[in-house]
Write a protein that binds this ligand. Sequence first.
Ligand code: ASC
Length: 155
Amino acid sequence: MSLKPLPTTASLSILAASLALITASPAFAQFQKAEDAIKYRQSTFSVMATHFSRIGAVVKGEVPYNKEDVAKNAAIIATLSSLPWQAFGPGTEGGKAQPAIWTEAAKFKAGSEKMQTAVAELNQAAQSGNLESIKKAFSATGQTCKACHDDFRKK
Ligand code: ASC
């Protein structure tokens, strides 16, 4: 009976380095295929849009203001707002994403951060229950959505 040789320190460190490289790539680590990443980001944006437009209906006076409802909608958006960005990793081009997302990555990241800050402020206003603050924060948030759509989303 022959014993398998134990892995050498060198081969173990090559293995560790390879694993680190693979898991450092967000697209590879978290999504099997580009389509999965595209579906994920579209889904999270879509759910955010649903809850954002529910607040919008209140802001426009189409639906009476109810503090608890607006607070719940804003909290959902605040939670989701950090999610879609991980799904724009290398090799996930497609959907309505413009190539500029990858060629102007710093600008895209800055836009994503502006949106998350605006959403956090909208959530704060919603939890505090001041309709005037909610209206202002809603408008500011919508502008951050639009800014990215103008620059980074196919029409
Ligand atoms: C929405 C929605 C967006 C933003 C954007 C604001 O309700 O789905 O993407 O507002 O249209 O300009």
